[in-house]
Each structure stands twice: as structure tokens, then as C-alpha cells.
Design a binder for this molecule. Structure first.
Ligand code: ANZ
Ligand code: ZN
Length: 825
């Protein structure tokens, strides 16, 4: 046995053993308490990068910790392997998307194994396998049956470079988030999933997600964007009435003009045959260039056009001019608004720009508003004014009162609205799941029968990736032999749908498939899914806070309605890891600021890399990798592991047969050990690995100190080393395994139970520390009475509760040991 720490030999040995003997395979039905740990399955864009290393290190430490805590752990992995980069490789370099994808998958699997991830390798899935996407098609057809999948013509964001439609969230400042090309609007026939039918449930069930940060919850809540208000009918001079949606019907008396979305069909009617007809058409073209985000931005100057027509305010019969403006959207509410500049910021901007009248309808307590000079819309409390019989009504009851009255008068009604739109699932791409629909001249849109699934993609050699897709068709349309298909109803020649499914469909249910990955009769067996679901700990990037999480939550609810799932929420606990950067920028080949995991494996080993990552800060924090690159791992992580290694080597062979006589130094070290176990266990439970590692550093120092002053009780040393290795096992699994076996064990440390502490030894004088953020108490915790300022800060910043109230690092920290620490955000 080598006495020196040869990380390569150690890691190769255990990697082979773990994989060869299926160490991490989980049963279909857990015995005892379970933990389903799942990490958002990655996209195979190449070999492993530091982003993967970070999330895998965090995730794997969690899974291993749970295993040692006695849970049965399900820890699967797979690949989100459909998507754009594979297709771009085909377009730009003539590669076969399938080959490109699967060779990346192979590389990533072997790197994940090299990193020591404890995944159940028998449950591997890839969404581009026909065995997987068959079930996407199956779900599509089931959704179609339930009226949840439909095709409609709608203006779509079109990226002329990627030649596909983009979701609104993929358009940033009018440009494609991926390639930067200017996005245009295009009227196209597209498939949608009717997620809006589930909007209320998506919102109301948010409270079940107890393990989500407030920040994340808010992102979802705002995205769903439920508001309550009223629909009010406005008569139009010489035309039919138009309905508006407003959240503030109590400000009706302050409405001084009327605005429609330029695309509103009535706008065209209103100007037909007048001088404004051509001007409206031009204006519409201008507005079409803007994204929805630009249009609703509060910063941008708003543009509009008077239509030369008038509406009648139903509460006071006043004649108000009808405008169209870019800030009013066609697909929100009714596409028309009453403008109340005194109380709505966007309306006020617009009124000042076009010199339209302003009238106050709510007066605040104290200083009175002056319509002529006010520069900010007033949205606070107050009483209704200029409002006839409602004058004096307080704002906290005015909305309800006015709406009830409108309803009784037959001029309006209570209404609610969502910002959430139906999910656009069509993509004009080859490398995705074909949508199982055929268009027949006689029978129209015909779904494929279930027994014809999977409808496989044609070989990429039969597809022309560089054909001119100006008509917005998928490259699949060029696969002549594939496109023609007999109509399932009448058998006449018909054409297949050539759009493929958004890959967010795949990621909406893959976590069920893990639980029954080889099923070829159903997407998965309900009993197997029920046995492990919900996911007890989900990990992944905050960039998925909106789309993936909402879509998967929606899917889960449909699965429930289909009798295929029991839990309303699929992942009630979610951890979002930070981002790894270098020089403040995202690591990328083109910037030359990358650290290659392979190089780290070779020079320092997987354990050092994992340790380095986890020590870099709390899991949720961003980490800027230092300029020295891979060398940074040496002093911070590798040297310390060598120190641990040496400690084990030097103290293992001391054998003691006699009784346990403890001198004061032995007692002190044991006390230190038990305290460490206590604290480290709490840290692990909170995924605060960096603080746990710091504690382990201290413990190792204590042992060396003990030895240097003559301490050497073999039983004490063995107790310390045993516990140290166990506490290190989730972070540096290879070294822990090797040294564990060298202690003489013939089974793995990774199935040992977590060390327990003796409360009487671990007892410390404790006090309650209070953590304030901006003067408000956000967390309390038990801490040793002799705690240092540094440790207080560390603990405060490691608290999830505290962090959810901080935006990044605090501006100021005032620690008053041991009882109070206060942070300024
Ligand atoms: C009059 C009013 C007065 C409004 C006031 C607000 C404050 P949320 O909460 O987001 O649902 N609105 C309605 N439809 C719109 C559309 N298609 N495009 C742009 N804006 C639209 O906001 C609802 C409010 O947004 C509505 O209430 C309407 O302005 C505007 F003191 O009506 B309000
Ligand atoms: Zn037919």
C-alpha cells in the first residue's frame, strides 16, 4: 500500500468498484424512509464544464449525506438531449445531430463517473431516445384528447437566424437570447398547451412549495400574474361597444381617454375609409418590431395615435378620445383600456407626451394632488373624489363597491386576469420530438393512433438543413419520404406535421420516467412513481425559475387529473446553485477563461475538485474562480486532503489492547470531536458545506496539535479518524473510501451511518443568536456562548432565511457577540 496520497490510483480503483458493482442502484420500491434527490438533467453540449462540476458536487454531497443518514436514496441522471446546439452543429459543420449528441453524452457520463457522482447508472435516460420521446408523443395525444393541445394562428417571435419561433422569455431587448439576431414578429400557425386552464391551481398550490426561496416563489407568482378587477363596457360613437379590463374600476371617473392595442381588430374598423387608415397601418408595422417586454417597459417613451373617434364613459357619459398605443397589448385583458393618467404611471407618461387631460379621482390624506402639475401617478390610499355618489369612499373598499354597482347597473362585471399565456410548444426544428399529427385534405387535422408511436425522426441525411426556411417551416419539411403519410382515417396521402415539440415538454415529466425507465407500455408505472415521488430535493439553476418549473408543475397537475400522479407539486424543495465565473464573466472558450475539469482530475483529483468547489462558498452563491485557474485547487483543497491522508496513515497502525485511560488531552480532543460532529451535522442538513469544511479543517488542526504535545491514545485517534472520514465522505468520497478500507473495513463507508455525537460531550454553553436584516428579525439560531464575530457572520450568511432577504452581499454587518448580528441589505 502506497503511503503517499496518489489520488489517481485511489480514484480509479474506487470508481471501477462502485460502477462495476452498482453501488448506487436504487430499488423500484423503497424500503423505509426515502429521499428522491434529482438534479435538473443537463444538456449535452460537450464535455463536462465547471457549471456541471459545481451542481454535481453539491447534489452528490446531498445524496450521499442522505444515504448515510439512513434514507433509501433515489439519485438518477439523464440528458436533456434534444435541442438547438445539435442542430446548429449540423447546419454549420455538417455533423449528424444524433452522432454529435450521443458522443457528448458518452463524454459527460464518463466525466460524471470520474467526478465520483453516486448516480444510479441503470436508470440513465436521454430525451432524444425514441424510447423516451415516444412518450412525449403519447402525452401530446392525451393532452389533445383532453382539449389541452390546440393549434392556432398567432403572432410569434421569429428568430431569422435560428429559424425558429421563440418564447417571449427568450427575447431580450428585441433580440434572440441565443444568437443576438433581431427578432421579428411573424403570423404563424402554432401548437399550444393550454396551461392557462391551470393558472389558478399553479398559483394556489405555490404554498405547498415550502422549500422554495421567496425570490423563486415571487418569480413564479409574478409570471402567473393573477389580478382581480372588472370588465367595463364603453359605448363608441357610431360603433359597437368595447370592453376594457381594469384593476381599478374605482378610478372610472378619472378616465380621460381610451386606448386600444394597435392590433385590436376594432381599431381597423374605426378608421376604415378615413384619413387615419394608412397611418394606422404604418403605426402597426412599427409596433410589430417591439417585443412584449419592450412594449410594457416603464422606461421607454410610449407611442400612440389618435383614431379620430370617441368613446363614452359609462359612469358620467363623458366623451373621451380613442387612441391606439404600443403600451397596450392585444393579448392581455381585453386588449383595450380606459386611461386614468392621475393614477396609472404609464397612462400619465402618455398623457404628458401627447398633452391629454388629467383628472384626479382619488385624493390622498394630507397634501392634495394637483392634476395640472403632478408628475407621478398616485396609487396610494385615499378617498374617491369627482366621482358623483361615490365621493368619499375609501380606497380599501372602493373597488368592490364600484364593481358591485357596475354589475347591478349592467355596465360591467367582476373579472380576473392572468399574465400567463398558453404554452407555445411548436418549434420549427429537426432535432426534437415530432408532433404526431397528420393533415389530410379530407379529414383535416388527424392525430396518429397510439399504436403507431413512436413516430421516429427521419435520418438526418435525408434532411436539408440549409434549405431556405423563409416560410417558417422546419427542416423536417424537406424529408420528402417522411413527410408523406397515409391519413390514419381515410388512408389517402396526407402530410405530417413538421414542427417538433419544445424540449421543455421532455423536462416536464422525465423525473417520473427515471422511476421506471425501461417501461415500453406506459410512460411509467403509477405505483413506481408514487413510491418515490415527490422529489424530496431538486437542484438546478435559477435560470429555470420560470419556464421549466412552471411547465413541469403544470404537467404534474395534468398527470394528477389523468390519474397518473398523486402529488400536486413535483418538487416542494428546491436548491438553486450559484454561477461559476472567472474574471467576473461566464466561463467560455471564446473568452479563454475556463478551467477544464479534466485537467483538475489529472493534477489534483476529483476529490480535490469537489472539495474546492464546495469550500468556495454557500451553494447558492456565485463563485468567481481566481485568476490562477486550476492551480488554485492545490493550496486550498489538495494540500489539505494530503494533510488528512497523512493523519490517517500516521495514526492507523497504533493498536491498543488495554483499557481506555483518558488523560485531560484525550478528553479535550474527544469533546472537540463531538462538538464538531454536532455542528457539522447541522451544517450538512442546511447544505452549508463550506462551513462544514471549515469545521473539519479545525478538527484536523486539533488532532495534529494533540499529537504534537504528546497525545497518542490509539482509541481516541481511531474514534476521531473514523468520524472525520465519515463526515468527509459526501465531499471527498474517494479518499474517504480508501482510508476507510485501510482501517480494515471490507464494506463501503458510503453505506455507514452518519456519526452521532454524545450530547454530554458536545454540550457547550449556548445562547440564542438573532439575525436581523434591515432591522427585522429574519432568523434565530443556537450558538456557543464564546462565538466569534467571524463565525457569527458566517452562520448568518449561510442561513437560507436570511439570504432570501438579502440581494447579494450585505452592505454592512454589525456583529455583537454572542447574541445579535444585524445586516444591512
Ligand atoms: C385603469 C387603471 C387605473 C388601471 C389605475 C390601473 C391603475 P394588472 O395588475 O397587471 O392586471 N391594462 C389592462 N389591459 C391592458 C393591456 N392589454 N395592455 C396594457 N395594459 C393593460 O394590470 C391591469 C391594469 O393594466 C388595468 O387596470 C389597465 O390599467 C392595464 F389607476 O385600468 B388599469
Ligand atoms: Zn383523411
Amino acid at each position: 500500500m502506497e503511503r503517499d496520497y496518489d489520488h489517481s490510483a485511489v480514484e480509479q480503483r474506487w470508481m471501477k468498484e462502485w460502477i462495476g458493482h452498482n453501488y448506487w442502484s436504487a430499488p423500484d420500491f423503497p424500503e423505509g424512509e426515502k429521499r428522491y434527490t434529482c438534479t435538473m438533467y443537463p444538456y449535452p453540449s460537450g464535455d463536462m464544464h465547471m457549471g456541471h462540476v459545481e451542481i454535481f458536487s453539491i447534489h452528490d454531497a446531498i445524496a450521499r449525506f442522505y444515504r448515510m443518514r439512513g434514507y433509501q436514496v433515489m439519485n438518477p441522471i439523464g440528458f436533456d438531449s434534444f435541442g438547438l446546439p445539435a442542430e446548429n452543429a449540423a447546419i454549420q459543420r455538417g455533423l449528424d445531430p444524433k452522432e454529435w449528441t450521443y458522443s457528448n453524452i458518452d463524454k459527460l457520463y464518463s466525466s460524471a463517473q470520474r467526478l465520483g457522482c453516486s448516480f444510479d447508472w441503470d436508470r440513465k435516460i436521454a430525451s432524444s431516445d425514441p424510447e423516451f420521446y415516444k412518450w412525449n408523443q403519447w402525452f401530446f395525444l392525451k393532452f389533445y384528447e383532453r382539449g389541452l393541445a390546440y393549434k392556432k394562428a398567432a403572432p410569434a417571435n421569429w428568430c431569422p437566424n435560428d429559424k425558429t419561433v421563440l418564447a417571449n422569455e427568450q427575447v431580450v431587448a428585441g433580440r434572440c437570447e441565443r444568437c443576438g439576431a433581431e427578432v421579428t414578429k411573424r403570423y404563424m400557425s402554432q401548437w399550444f398547451f393550454k396551461i392557462t386552464d391551470y393558472a389558478d391551481r399553479l398559483l394556489d398550490d405555490m404554498e405547498l412549495n415550502e422549500g422554495w426561496t421567496d425570490r423563486l416563489k415571487n418569480l413564479q407568482v409574478n409570471w402567473i400574474g393573477r389580478s382581480f378587477g372588472a370588465e367595463v363596457d364603453f359605448a363608441v360613437e357610431g360603433g359597437d361597444p368595447i370592453t376594457v379590463y381594469t384593476t381599478r374600476p374605482d378610478t372610472l371617473w378619472g378616465a380621460t381617454f381610451f386606448v386600444m392595442a394597435p392590433e385590436h381588430p376594432v381599431a381597423e374598423e374605426l378608421v376604415k375609409g378615413t384619413d387615419n387608415e394608412a397611418a394606422l397601418a404604418r403605426f402597426k408595422e412599427e409596433v410589430a418590431k417591439l417585443s412584449e417586454i419592450d412594449r410594457t417597459s416603464t422606461e421607454r417613451a410610449k407611442n400612440g395615435m389618435f383614431l379620430g373617434r370617441y368613446a363614452i364613459n359609462p359612469v358620467n357619459d363623458e366623451r373621451i378620445p380613442i387612441w391606439v398605443a404600443d403600451y397596450v397589448l392585444m393579448d392581455y385583458g381585453t386588449g383595450a383600456i380606459m386611461a386614468v393618467p392621475a393614477h396609472d404611471a404609464r397612462d400619465l407618461d402618455f398623457a404628458r407626451r401627447y398633452d391629454l387631460p388629467v383628472r384626479v379621482a382619488i385624493q390622498p390624506p394630507g397634501d392634495q394632488l394637483d392634476a395640472a402639475t403632478m408628475s407621478e401617478a398616485y396609487v396610494g390610499p385615499g378617498k374617491m373624489v369627482n366621482s358623483g355618489l361615490f365621493d368619499g369612499t375609501r380606497v380599501d373598499e372602493s373597488v368592490k363597491k364600484v364593481t358591485d354597482w357596475l354589475e347591478s347597473e349592467g355596465r360591467g362585471k367582476h373579472a380576473k386576469n392572468f399574465r400567463l399565456r398558453d404554452w407555445l410548444i411548436s418549434r420549427q426544428r429537426y432535432w426534437g420530438t415530432p408532433i404526431p399529427i397528420v393533415f389530410c385534405d379530407d379529414c383535416g387535422e388527424v392525430p396518429l393512433p397510439l399504436d403507431e408511436l413512436p413516430l421516429e425522426l427521419p435520418e438526418s441525411s435525408t434532411v436539408d438543413f440549409n434549405s431556405d426556411s423563409a416560410q417558417g417551416e422546419s427542416p423536417l419539411a424537406t424529408a420528402e419520404g417522411w413527410v408523406h403519410a397515409p391519413c390514419p382515417k381515410c388512408r389517402k396521402d396526407a402530410r405530417r406535421e413538421t414542427d417538433t415539440l419544445d424540449t421543455f415538454v421532455d423536462s416536464s415529466w422525465y423525473f417520473h420516467r427515471y422511476l421506471d425507465p425501461h417501461n415500453d407500455e406506459m410512460p411509467y408505472d403509477r405505483a413506481r412513481s408514487d413510491a418515490w415521488m415527490p422529489i424530496d430535493q431538486y437542484t438546478g439553476g435559477i435560470e429555470h425559475a420560470v419556464m421549466h418549473l412552471i411547465y413541469a408543475r403544470f404537467f404534474q397537475k395534468v398527470l394528477m387529473d389523468m390519474g397518473m400522479a398523486k402529488d400536486p407539486e413535483p418538487f416542494p424543495h428546491l436548491l438553486n446553485q450559484g454561477v461559476v465565473t472567472m474574471g467576473g464573466k461566464k466561463m467560455s472558450k471564446s473568452l479563454g477563461n475556463i478551467v477544464e475539469p479534466q485537467e483538475a482530475f489529472e493534477r489534483y483529483g476529483a476529490d480535490s475538485l469537489r472539495l474546492y468547489m464546495l469550500f468556495s462558498g454557500p451553494p447558492e452563491a456565485n463563485f468567481d474562480w481566481p485568476a490562477e485557474g486550476v492551480d488554485a485547487i492545490g493550496p486550498v483543497a489538495h494540500d489539505w486532503l494530503k494533510r488528512v491522508w497523512r493523519l490517517c496513515e500516521e495514526n492507523r497502525d497504533v493498536v491498543n489492547v488495554g483499557e481506555l485511560h483518558l488523560n485531560p488531552a484525550d478528553d479535550a480532543l474527544r469533546k472537540y470531536l463531538h462538538r464538531t460532529i454536532k455542528v457539522v451535522t447541522v451544517d450538512y442538513g442546511a447544505f452549508s458545506f463550506n462551513t462544514a469544511i471549515a469545521r473539519l479543517h479545525e478538527l484536523v488542526n486539533q488532532v495534529y496539535r494533540y499529537r504534537s504535545v504528546g497525545g497518542g491514545n490509539p482509541q481516541v485517534l481511531r474514534e476521531v479518524i473514523t468520524a472525520l472520514l465519515k463526515m468527509l465522505a459526501p465531499i471527498a468520497p474517494y479518499l474517504a473510501e480508501e482510508q476507510w478500507r485501510r482501517l480494515g473495513h471490507d464494506t463501503s463507508i458510503h453505506f455507514e451511518s452518519w456519526p452521532s455525537f454524545d450530547p454530554s460531550l458536545a454540550a457547550e454553553d449556548e445562547v440564542t443568536m438573532v439575525v436581523q436584516v434591515n432591522g427585522k428579525v429574519r432568523d434565530t439560531m443556537k450558538v456557543p456562548a464564546d462565538i466569534t464575530e467571524a463565525r457569527m457572520t458566517e452562520l448568518a450568511l449561510a442561513s437560507r432565511k436570511v439570504r432570501s432577504h438579502l440581494n447579494g452581499d450585505p452592505k454592512k454587518i454589525i456583529a455583537k457577540p454572542p447574541k445579535l448580528i444585524s445586516l444591512v441589505a
